[in-house]
Write a protein that binds this ligand. Structure first.
Ligand SMILES: NC(=O)c1ccc[n+]([C@@H]2O[C@H](COP(=O)([O-])OP(=O)(O)OC[C@H]3O[C@@H](n4cnc5c(N)ncnc54)[C@H](O)[C@@H]3O)[C@@H](O)[C@H]2O)c1
Length: 309
C-alpha cells in the first residue's frame, strides 16, 4: 500500500494533493494544515472529484498519528506571499513551523522519506532533519530542482531544441546563492563553448533568461506551483520504486559538511549517490559560498529566531 502525507495545503500542497488523487499515485493521503477549514474544504472537494474516477484514494485529515506508516512526507508549509517582500522572508516563520511540526511527526513514529518543499529550502531541510532526528539520507529538499529545469529550458530555447536534449545542473542554494555549473552542461553531449545547433550561447544571457522565468511567474501569479508539483511527482515516482532519477536536490553533502543543493541519484531509499562532476575551481568556490550562506541561516534557526514584526 502506498501512503503519502502532505503538511501545508496552500498553493503547492493542494495542487499536489489534487494531482496525486487524479493520477491515482497513492492509496492513502494524509492531509494536514494549521487551517482546519481549508483542510476540510480540500478533503471534501477531492472526495467529490473521485466520483468521476475509477480509482479511490483514502483521505485522512489533520491526523499526525496517521503519519506513522507514511512512505513519503511532503512538507509544503509556509507563507509564500512573504516572498513578495524578500526572497528569504520565510526563514523565521518556517523555522517556527518546524519547531511546531517536528515533535508531532516524531511522536507518530514516522520513519519514511521526507521531501521538503518549504523555503529557504536547504536551511529548512537541514533544520527539519535535525529536529526530526532522522538519518540525513531520509530527509531531502527540492533544492535547485526547478532552477535546474529553468536553466535547461533557457539553454534549449536559445539553441532552438527541446530541453530533453540538455543536461547539467544548478548547485548551491535555491533563491539565494545559485551556482549555474556550466562545466556540467551539455547539449546532446556538446559543451556550451562549442556552437550548438548553429548558435553561440551566451552564459550570462542564459542565466538571466532562467531567472526571468521565476520573475514572470511570481509577478503574474504571486506564487509558483505547477513546475514544483510536476517535479515533486517525478521524485515521488522514483522513491516509490519506478527507477532512479538524477536531480539537483538539497542533500547532506559530507564533502561540504552540510546541506546544499547537489546533483543526486534518487531511488527507493531516498537519497542515493551524489553525482560527482569535475567542477571548474570557480564553481567549487561558489558552492562553498552557498554552503556558508545556508549554514548562516541554519544557525539563525538553531538559535530559535523569532518574528519581531
Ligand atoms: N523550492 C521551490 O522551488 C518552491 C516553489 C514553490 C513554493 N515553495 C515554497 O513552498 C512553501 C509552500 O508554498 P505555497 O505557495 O503553497 O504557500 P502558501 O502560503 O500558499 O501555503 C502554505 C500553507 O502552509 C500552512 N502552514 C503554515 N504553517 C503551518 C504549520 N505550522 N502547520 C501546518 N500548516 C502550516 C498554511 O496554513 C498554508 O495553507 C513555501 O515555503 C514556498 O516558498 C518552494
Amino acid at each position: 500500500m502506498r501512503k503519502i502525507g502532505i503538511i501545508g495545503l496552500g498553493h503547492v500542497g493542494r495542487l499536489l494533493a489534487h494531482d496525486l488523487v487524479i493520477a491515482n499515485k497513492t492509496d492513502q493521503l494524509v492531509l494536514i494544515d494549521r487551517d482546519d477549514a481549508l483542510a476540510v474544504g480540500l478533503k471534501t472537494d477531492l472526495e467529490n472529484a473521485q466520483t468521476a474516477l475509477n480509482t479511490r484514494t483514502k483521505i485522512i485529515l489533520q491526523d499526525y498519528a496517521a503519519l506513522r506508516n507514511v512512505d513519503i512526507l511532503i512538507t509544503t508549509f509556509g507563507n509564500s506571499s512573504l516572498l513578495k517582500k524578500e526572497q528569504m522572508a520565510e526563514l523565521i516563520r518556517n523555522g517556527e513551523a518546524v519547531r511546531e511540526i517536528a515533535p508531532l511527526v516524531k511522536q507518530s513514529g514516522f520513519d519514511g522519506i521526507v521531501l521538503n518543499i518549504s523555503d529557504p529550502n536547504e536551511a529548512i531541510t537541514a533544520y527539519l532533519q535535525q529536529q526530526l532526528a532522522l538519518p540525513t539520507e531520509q530527509v531531502i529538499g527540492i533544492g535547485t530542482t526547478i532552477d535546474t529545469a529553468r536553466m535547461r529550458q533557457s539553454v534549449a530555447k536559445a539553441a532552438e531544441l527541446s530541453s530533453q536534449n540538455v543536461s547539467g545542473f544548478v548547485y548551491g542554494q535555491h533563491n539565494g546563492d545559485k551556482v549555474f555549473a556550466w562545466s556540467t552542461v551539455t547539449v546532446n553531449g556538446q559543451k556550451l563553448d562549442e556552437s550548438i545547433n548553429g548558435h553561440h550561447l551566451d552564459q550570462n544571457q542564459l542565466r538571466i533568461n532562467a531567472d526571468l522565468d521565476n520573475w514572470y511567474t511570481f509577478k503574474g501569479l504571486g506564487y509558483s506551483a505547477s513546475a514544483i508539483v510536476a517535479w515533486t511527482l517525478k521524485i515521488i515516482s522514483a522513491i516509490l520504486g519506478d527507477g532512479e532519477l538524477s536531480v539537483s536536490v538539497a542533500i547532506y553533502q559530507p564533502q561540504y559538511s552540510g546541506y546544499v543543493s547537489f546533483p543526486t541519484l534518487l531511488n527507493r531509499n531516498g537519497q542515493g549517490h551524489p553525482l560527482l562532476f569535475n567542477l571548474y575551481p570557480v564553481e567549487v568556490a561558489a558552492v562553498k559560498t552557498a554552503v556558508g550562506a545556508i549554514q548562516q541561516q541554519l544557525t539563525v534557526l538553531q538559535q530559535g529566531g523569532k518574528i519581531n514584526d
